[in-house]
Design a protein. Sequence first.
Length: 113
Amino acid sequence: MHKLVIFVLAGAAFALHLAQAQDIAGMEDCTKTSGLDKRTGCFQSNIEYLNRLIAKNAADMQQKLSAANAEIGELKRAVAGLQANVAGLQTNVANLKTSIEQLQQAAKKPDAK
């Protein structure tokens, strides 16, 4: 039983050690790297990762901006349509008011006789 526990603990420690050795692209600490070639490669890897990240973010933002501009265009067209409807309704109200006034005047004329 002790051998099994020791084996499992040793395996876990070995796996933990391997996990710590993995580098995350763009997040490497290049100052701890020994050798000029390795340090230069590390910096270049970080730069390439950051450039890809910037390009991806720029593309995402451009897509969002295009979608927002399209939505703004649709909303402007909707507002223009609503303004036209309001203008038409205002014209109809003015016509109805005129008709009501004419009917009121016509109704008053026979009373005056």
